[in-house]
Ligand binder design. Structure first.
Ligand code: NAP
Ligand code: F7E
Length: 340
């Protein structure tokens, strides 16, 4: 029988890759989409099919903060699996909007769990919660593993810790199949342009094409365990196929600094990043997470999952994509100029 899944955050980076993966596996995918005044479906538009064929993707309006509507939707759709990826996911922005961040990330996750608990009374459902390495914060152990205590230090991380514990709580208290993937940073050519890797690859492509002169960044010393989002959505799916609900660290097991990433990207374009990058205090955070390095042994042993893409290859994928975008932009500009 066709399996069905509901993805919150389907219009985001991970949601779009996960939808692709599940459709390829034969799922009927339902996606929760927030109403906005402009279209937000750019990352998933290519997944729409011929309207005469049986649909594999259906979108529904909703918002994680509207628990009643979310429950109604879950009870109506009766999905086999729910992937809760929706979030105000920007750490820097969470300092400007701490309450809103808690509402989407913390209360939003609770709303998903409540809806799943009600459905689970009549039909089994499995829930994936998008937990984050940010929860380790000012790290108490390196590398970080499932047993490492959390020490969050941003409004975003505090909200994710709340959601993590509620997920465990619903598993223990209500016997709900609810699992946390503790994912370390993962990037792609679909990464939002205000996250540091994509900000760098977008700017490098534009600098190469003469469209931009400078790139303004914050702390270059921060170290992250960066992987490729396409690899990581496969881990999400495996977590829900496991024979029991559990929590898993998903990471590459390698850490590199923002400075290292800059060098990889600019070297790929035969440019010296030091000629273009300037430090701007606006991009520093009130409290920084200095070092993240995950230990993915449990995921390897229990799920058979390993990260297939290293940072050098990831940087190459992203810069080739963004160089092409910059080339198109440059051609358009020269066409417009040539018209007088
Ligand atoms: P993203 O690109 O920022 O996407 C976030 C998604 O959440 C978007 O679809 C957004 O919709 C949706 N959303 C925001 N507020 C919502 C609300 N109130 N109700 C419903 N939907 C809402 O994030 P991502 O990188 O794909 O990450 C996916 C999840 O994994 C997030 O929960 C993030 O916190 C978590 N995570 C990410 C990483 C990472 O490195 N990428 C690592 C660990 C955990 P719009 O398109 O309308 O804005
Ligand atoms: O910052 C430094 C910044 O915003 C990475 C989210 O997906 O991963 C992400 O959170 C590092 C930080 O990601 C700039 O200070 C320097 O140390 O790309 P980022 P993040 O904060 O690690 C975790 C796992 C999540 O769960 C989140 O949802 O880069 N940095 N200069 C900068 N960062 C940004 N954004 N912009 C700069 O100009």
């Amino acid at each position: 029988m066709t399996k069905s899944a509901l993805i919150t955050g389907i219009t985001g980076q991970d949601g779009s890759y996960l939808a692709e993966l599940l459709i390829a596996k034969g799922y009927l995918v339902h996606g929760l989409v927030r109403r906005s005044s402009s279209f937000s479906t750019g990352r998933i538009d290519h997944l729409y099919q011929d309207p005469h064929r049986k649909p594999s993707l259906l979108l529904h309006y909703g918002d994680l903060t509207d628990g009643q509507a979310l429950t109604n939707l879950v009870l109506e759709l009766q999905p086999d699996e729910i992937y809760n990826l929706g979030a105000q996911s920007h750490v820097r922005v969470s300092y400007d909007q701490p309450v809103y961040t808690l509402q989407t990330v913390g209360v939003g996750a609770l709303n998903v769990l409540e809806a799943a608990r009600l459905l689970n009374k009549t039909k089994p459902v499995r829930v994936y919660q998008a937990s984050s390495s940010e929860m380790y914060g000012d790290v108490l152990e390196t590398p970080q593993r499932e047993q490492t205590p959390f020490n969050p230090q941003s409004p975003y991380a505090c909200a994710k810790v709340y959601a993590f514990h509620q997920t465990v709580n619903y598993r223990r208290g209500y016997d709900l199949f609810a699992s946390n993937g503790i994912l370390f940073n993962h990037e792609s050519e679909r990464r939002g342009e205000t996250f540091v890797t994509r900000k760098i690859t977008r700017a490098a492509g534009r600098i190469k094409m003469g469209l931009q002169k400078k790139l303004y960044l914050g702390n270059l010393d921060a170290k992250r365990d960066w992987g490729y989002a396409k690899d990581y959505v496969d881990a999400m799916w495996r977590i829900l196929q496991h024979d029991e609900p559990d929590d898993f660290v998903i990471a590459t097991g390698q850490t590199q600094s923002v400075r290292d990433f800059l060098a990889l990207v600019f070297n790929h374009l035969d440019l010296n990043w030091e000629d273009y990058v300037e430090i701007d205090q606006r991009y520093f955070r009130p409290a920084e997470v200095d070092l993240l390095l995950g230990d993915p042994s449990k995921a390897r042993e229990k799920l058979g999952w390993t990260a297939a893409t290293d940072l050098k290859r990831l940087a190459q994928i992203m810069i080739e994509h963004d160089l092409e975008l910059a080339q198109r932009e440059a051609h358009l500009q020269s066409f417009v100029k040539s018209q007088g």
